[in-house]
Write a protein that binds this ligand. Structure first.
Ligand code: GLC
Length: 566
């Protein structure tokens, strides 16, 4: 396959997310690595995705699974070497797979040499100006500079200690203590990131996924967040904007990066692209991130958060199409990632997500990321819905994301022993929020017991795998034509072959029973999803191309989907 044939590849790409730590462990140390990723490239090519997004593989103390970068121009030794990363990109390209990598621009690791130098330097020094150091409030400066909360719990400021042992200034960390925020008002920071982008573009990567793309710009003067008058606690409306999220001048940074990507237009690989990770609602606000001179696409977290009902799903689809269409960008569809509860588990619960009205998310009913209440999960029901959901996702206009393991129908692992939890959320929340480890459990490839072909039996994987995953391995699912994996392969192959799918538009089929959604795409394609509870009789003249269940009797059961040729 030649890459240069389709300069618009990113408008319809299916992108597979690799979380390197948990994907494949070639050297048997219990942690995934780049050689493991290379070994599995044939698997990804056969799966039928177009591109791979690699979560951070940079040098890092792994305080936040690699989203704490200590060297943006090198690979974590546990994961491999720069030469292996180059080989991965080259071998992915040889199979027609594009490669996106993560850029983590809001913060570095506290072990980044520039932060270490800043700590050693005096207040007001050029070194400290690279990050957000401030004096504390109160007579002894022992109150934090403002009331911002950190995303993983606790406050967003940490006090430093001076070389003589006395308490010093505070630094801002919107996430963990080990993730100090860069000072994006400082031109040296912007220049450094231009250079990092070029470093990787020059090595042939096709694009970046931008971590927390809405957070680099802070409100001038770093003002307090609004406070809840009843509790006195800061009200952090992360989704709609705070003094540290979705500030208007963040778009200046995105425009600057676009010029860097565009400067590679003639470099022979086709356009270099960006996908924004920004948990921003409403949809029109998010669409600002993908205006023609900003990022190319953005994850659709509204779709991810949306509950499993026909009405909410139709609303989220309409909102997405209208908002992305208004800026000329393609929509994307996302069921899960390394930060969210596995889709099988979410859809197997009584509350499957947020209600969406024709104007957007129902905030009252849903507080945001991670807010789907736990509770009893019907995993079989969740798997059934996840099968239908992927047919919906892959039939919609635009691009789609597949989180590793979702093609196997993995469920959230909810019983990892507390002493093995690694997500910083666990510590920062005072052991009240378990965090995201349950969706990061290493992939089961083969065999009947842990580590299921992820590394070797001698060294256990960095997070323990369930003992009942033998039927979910790639090896086991390869043998079963009705497996979750087989459905993904069939759907991805059909998507690639069918000219109606990918970029473009849709038209709703009206007048269907409540609970049934259907839309047509031209030429001759229809997707029908039955959110239940009643079975739905399919049109007699329709030919099923791909179905999530058995439609041979002409009936689409509850929580099933089908692709039809009209
Ligand atoms: C993004 C990442 C998440 C990380 C956070 C801080 O949301 O997806 O994993 O913890 O940013 O970098």
């Amino acid at each position: 396959m030649s890459f240069n044939d389709d300069p618009q590849w990113w408008r319809s790409a299916v992108v597979y997310q690799v979380y390197p730590r948990s994907f494949a462990d070639a050297d048997g140390d219990g942690t995934g690595d780049v050689r493991g990723m290379i070994d599995k490239l044939d698997y990804l090519a056969e799966l039928g995705v177009d591109a791979i997004w690699v979560s951070p593989w940079y040098a890092s103390p792994l305080a936040d699974g690699g989203y704490d970068v200590s060297d943006y121009r090198d690979i974590l030794p546990e994961f491999g070497t720069l030469a292996e990363a180059d080989a991965f990109v080259e071998q992915a390209h040889a199979r027609g797979l594009r490669v996106l990598i993560d850029l983590v621009p809001n913060h570095s690791s506290d072990e980044h040499p520039w932060f270490q130098r800043a700590l050693a330097a005096a207040p007001g020094s050029a070194e400290r100006e690279l990050y957000l150091f401030r004096d504390g409030q109160g007579p002894d400066g022992d109150e934090p500079p403002n009331n911002w909360p950190a995303m993983f719990g606790g406050g967003a400021w940490e006090r430093t200690t001076n070389p003589d042992g006395t308490p010093g200034q505070w630094y801002l960390h919107l996430f963990d203590i080990k993730q100090p925020d860069w000072n994006w008002e400082n031109p040296a920071v912007a220049d450094e990131f231009d250079d990092i982008l070029r470093f990787w573009f020059d090595r042939g990567i096709d694009g970046f996924r931008i971590d927390v793309a809405n957070s680099m710009a802070k409100a001038p003067g770093l003002p307090d967040c609004a406070v809840d008058p009843e509790t006195g606690e800061p009200v952090a409306m992360v989704l709609t904007g705070t003094p540290y999220m979705n500030q208007p001048h963040v778009h200046d940074i995105l425009r600057r990066w676009r010029t860097v990507a565009d400067s590679y237009a003639d470099s022979g690989l086709g356009p270099r692209v960006y996908v924004s990770e920004a948990w921003v609602t409403p949809a029109e606000e998010l669409a600002k991130y993908i205006r023609p001179d900003e990022l190319h696409t953005t994850f659709n977290f509204d779709a991810l958060m949306c509950e499993w009902t026909a009405a909410s799903q139709r609303n989220v689809i309409d909102l997405t199409l209208a908002s992305t269409g208004a800026v000329g960008a393609p929509p994307t569809w996302v069921l899960a990632n390394h930060d969210t509860t596995r889709v099988v588990t979410r859809y197997g619960r009584s509350v499957t997500g947020a209600r969406f009205t024709p104007t957007g998310i129902d905030h009252e009913a849903f507080a945001g990321i991670g807010a789907v209440p736990a509770g009893a999960t019907d995993v079989a029901l969740g798997r059934k819905r996840a099968r239908a959901a992927v047919l919906l996702e892959l039939a919609l206009p635009g691009g789609a994301y597949v989180y590793q393991g979702d093609e196997l129908g993995l469920e959230e692992v909810e019983d990892i022993p507390e002493e093995l939890l690694q997500d910083p959320t666990w510590e920062r929340s005072g052991h009240t929020v378990r965090g995201r480890d349950g969706c990061r459990v290493p992939m089961p490839w083969s065999g009947t017991q842990p580590p299921y072909g992820f590394g070797t039996a001698e060294t256990p994987p960095w997070l323990p795998q369930p003992t009942d995953w033998s039927g979910l391995t790639v090896e086991a699912q390869n043998r079963d034509p009705n497996s979750h994996l087989a459905l993904y392969r069939t759907a991805l192959a059909e998507r690639r072959a069918n000219p109606a799918l990918g970029d473009g538009g849709l038209s709703w089929v009206e007048g269907l029973p409540e609970g049934v959604l259907a839309f047509d795409r031209e030429p001759g394609f229809r997707c029908v999803v039955n959110f239940g509870p009643e079975p739905y009789s399919l049109p007699e003249d329709a030919e099923a191309l791909v179905a999530s269940g058995d439609v041979s009797a002409g009936v689409l059961g509850a929580d099933e989907a089908v692709w039809l040729r009209r």
